[in-house]
Structures are given as structure tokens and as C-alpha cells.
Design a protein around this ligand. Structure first.
Ligand SMILES: Nc1nc2c(ncn2[C@@H]2O[C@H](COP(=O)(O)OP(=O)(O)O)[C@@H](O)[C@H]2O)c(=O)[nH]1
Ligand SMILES: [Mg+2]
Length: 201
């Protein structure tokens, strides 16, 4: 490649790095979402679901799921040359709630994944981010065979504030996940600008 004079002299851009959390109930597609976009091999700690784990990890309605993430998913995506996101999947099981406060340290915002067949599984995540004023977006992961509901009905069922974006998605699809991530960054930026204005006036 031939570089012009101006490019040659340019120092490499130091990208802005932002931390985004990916939350939601067990089996909703968090590991899938991180894996669909990550440029680095997603770091995950998965364990085969054992007989012993069965009473705790409720797999009813999550057919075909044999592994469970015991710690967390971690991935990276470069949205633009100067903007890199680090994705942190929060552990879905209740016994890992103690990790959430540490994980959310320094987070710009969060994605709450929801499955309309088990909407109640993401109530806890929605509550968590609302209570801590962490801006979040709800991604409805559209599984085949799950009934489709109008976005407005899902918003109502989740009792979402008006400003919280809700987007239908496919956690397996890179473009769909990118759209979700751009959405959460935009929402979080607007949310923060709003807050600054409220403080200033
Ligand atoms: N049909 C369909 N299956 C999905 C989708 N997202 C995840 N899955 C499957 O659902 C199961 C649970 O996903 P996983 O990412 O492990 O859920 P996690 O517990 O939230 O990390 C896996 O078998 C995935 O392959 C989706 O958008 N559509
Ligand atoms: Mg997982």
C-alpha cells in the first residue's frame, strides 16, 4: 500500500476502549452473542451440566443446552478504528450475583438479553441496572419457535422506562449483534449527556 505524506507521519490512533456488560437469564444467548462478534477467541469457562448441577440450572425450555458458563464470557470488538468495545458476560445463575458489582465497575452500559418464553428471567438484570443507573438496552433474542410479540407488549411486561431501547435480535448473527452494541453505546452516550445537563442546571 502507498501512503501519502500526511498518513505516513500520523501517529497511530489510540482507540477509546469501552466496557459493555451482557446480562440476562440462563440460556438466553449471552455466550453466543459474545462469540458472534468477538475478534479474540472468547474467553469462557464452561462446564458440562452435570446431574449434580441439574436442580440448580433449570434447563426447562432451553433444549439442547449442555454446558453452562460458570464464570463469565469476555470478548473484544473494534467498532471503528478508534473505538473498541470489551464485552463482559455476566454470570446468569443466581449463585454468582456477588460478581456483578465488580464486573459493572467502569462499565459504560449494558445489554440485557431476553427470551420471550422466559421473560421473567431477565427481571433481575433489569432491576440491577435500573437501581444503579447503568444505562442499558434490551435485546430480545428471537429463538425459532418462540412466539413473536409486538415490542410495545414486551416493554410493558418488563415495565421499561420510556427511554430504554428495545431491539429484536439474533445472538448468533454478527451484524445483528453489532447493531445491538452500537445501540447500547449510543444510548449510554445520550444518557450520560443528559445526566451532565441535569447536574449543570
Ligand atoms: N435458535 C437460536 N438459538 C440460540 C440463539 N442464541 C443462542 N442460541 C442457543 O441457545 C443456547 C443457549 O445459548 P448460550 O449462549 O449458551 O446462553 P447463555 O447461558 O446466556 O450464555 C445455545 O444452545 C445456543 O446455541 C438464537 O438467537 N437463536
Ligand atoms: Mg453462557
Amino acid at each position: 500500500m502507498i501512503f501519502g505524506r500526511s498518513e505516513r507521519g500520523k501517529p497511530p490512533v489510540e482507540p477509546v476502549t469501552l466496557k459493555i456488560l451482557v446480562a440476562g437469564g440462563f440460556g438466553v444467548g449471552k455466550t453466543t452473542l459474545v462469540g458472534a462478534v468477538s475478534e479474540i477467541r472468547p474467553l469462557r469457562t464452561e462446564e458440562l451440566l452435570t446431574e449434580a448441577g441439574r436442580p440448580i440450572d433449570d434447563t426447562n425450555g432451553v433444549e439442547g443446552k449442555r454446558t453452562t458458563t460458570v464464570a463469565m464470557d469476555f470478548g473484544r470488538i473494534t467498532l471503528r478504528e478508534d473505538l473498541v468495545l470489551y464485552l463482559f458476560g455476566t454470570p446468569g445463575q443466581e449463585r454468582f450475583w456477588f460478581m456483578w458489582d465488580e464486573l459493572s465497575e467502569g462499565a459504560l452500559g449494558a445489554v440485557v438479553l431476553a427470551d420471550t418464553r422466559r421473560l421473567e428471567d431477565c427481571f433481575a438484570a433489569v432491576d440491577y441496572f435500573e437501581r444503579r443507573s447503568i444505562p442499558f438496552l434490551v435485546g430480545v433474542n428471537c429463538f425459532e419457535g418462540a412466539a413473536r410479540y409486538p415490542a410495545e407488549d414486551i416493554r410493558q411486561a418488563l415495565d421499561l422506562d420510556e427511554g430504554v431501547p428495545l431491539v429484536l435480535c439474533d445472538a448468533r448473527d454478527r451484524e445483528s449483534v453489532k447493531e445491538i452494541l452500537i445501540g447500547v453505546v449510543q444510548h449510554a452516550m445520550a444518557y450520560q449527556a443528559d445526566r451532565r445537563q441535569t447536574v449543570a442546571t
